[in-house]
Ligand binder design. Structure first.
Ligand SMILES: *[C@@H]1O[C@H](CO)[C@@H](O)[C@H](O)[C@H]1NC(C)=O
Ligand SMILES: *[C@@H]1O[C@H](CO)[C@@H](O)[C@H](O)[C@H]1NC(C)=O
Ligand SMILES: *[C@@H]1O[C@H](CO)[C@@H](O)[C@H](O)[C@H]1NC(C)=O
Length: 263
């Protein structure tokens, strides 16, 4: 072969090789990196465990050097085992839930070590979770096996659907969170937190299904939420301060509390 042709061929091979290895990351109009769980081969059929795809998508989102959006596409249902989305992340992250996240129906997916958690965000600063989608804890099997329902069973506790630990500058909005195994949303050891437009629903007789639980959370604003569960709408645990609650529809009380301030 003529050496110049060989050189061109090599360069071409190199170029195509690069292209097939690294897909060009997509960006939205704001220049944010966009990562869909479907890019990582999530099935979204409600039956396949998509946890691996979510872990990979989180890794890519959290390590992005520009603001990044992790997208959970709409009209799809992603079955997820216990997951811990851990920071710190390189840039601010948005977790855009348009579809549904569903918990396993089988309680043996949990062990004694992680029984209190389903979806966790830990140490993620500047996190936004939104998108109009649904988080479904499929709690029925847990309620049936609760010692509050059946006194002969041991009291072992059940997972919280959505837990935030050490997430400062957190915003959670426009989501439906339903039928949690136990508490629906827990915010722990976090400050500068805004929760809004959350629709939290579980049957009236479901045990310990508190709506929002704060534990050592400060500078918190909760507004425009509808909470109908089997237990407290909002519970505030020790170490929490400067919590403001506006316009909450709580269970069947049909009362709007505005403004309601606790210290
Ligand atoms: C989440 O995972 C990280 C890293 O493994 C761990 O340090 C942290 O304790 C976990 N968070 C929770 C709430 O279990
Ligand atoms: C739940 O999972 C366990 C262990 O993986 C399995 O043995 C059991 O058959 C499952 N139960 C149901 C109802 O799928
Ligand atoms: C309570 O739990 C026990 C032990 O699993 C079971 O045999 C019994 O049928 C349960 N009772 C009800 C009312 O579900």
């Amino acid at each position: 072969m003529d050496p110049s042709k060989f050189l061109i061929l090599s360069i071409l091979t190199l170029l195509t090789h690069n292209c097939s290895c690294q897909s060009v990351p997509s960006h939205n109009e704001e220049g944010h990196r966009v990562v869909s769980v479907d890019d990582h081969f999530a099935k979204g059929d409600g039956a396949t465990d998509d946890s691996k795809a979510f872990k990979k998508a989180w890794k890519e989102t959290c390590s992005s050097s520009v603001s990044a959006v992790l997208v959970v596409p709409k009209r799809r249902r992603y079955l997820l085992e216990q997951l811990n989305f851990t920071g710190p992340c390189k840039s601010p992250v948005t977790f855009l839930i348009k579809g549904t996240l569903a918990a396993p129906l089988n309680r043996s997916e949990w062990n004694d070590k992680n029984r209190r958690l389903w979806i966790v965000f830990d140490s993620v600063r500047n996190l936004v979770v939104k998108g109009g989608g649904t988080i479904n804890g499929n709690g029925h099997i847990w309620w049936q096996n609760s010692c509050k329902r059946n006194k002969t069973l041991p009291c072992i506790g059940a997972p919280t659907a959505l837990t935030f630990v050490s997430c400062n500058y957190l915003r959670v909005k426009n989501l439906r969170i339903k039928d949690s195994q136990q508490f629906h949303v827990v915010v722990k050891d976090s400050r500068e937190v805004k929760l809004s437009k959350l629709f939290i629903h579980a049957p009236e007789k479901s045990p310990n299904t508190d709506g929002i639980h704060l534990d050592h959370a400060s500078n918190v604003v909760i507004r425009n939420c509808e909470i109908r569960t089997g237990d407290d709408c909002i519970s505030i645990w020790t170490g929490s301060k400067n919590v403001r609650v506006h316009k909450i529809f709580c269970r069947n009380l049909e009362t709007w509390m505005d403004p309601f301030v606790t210290q």
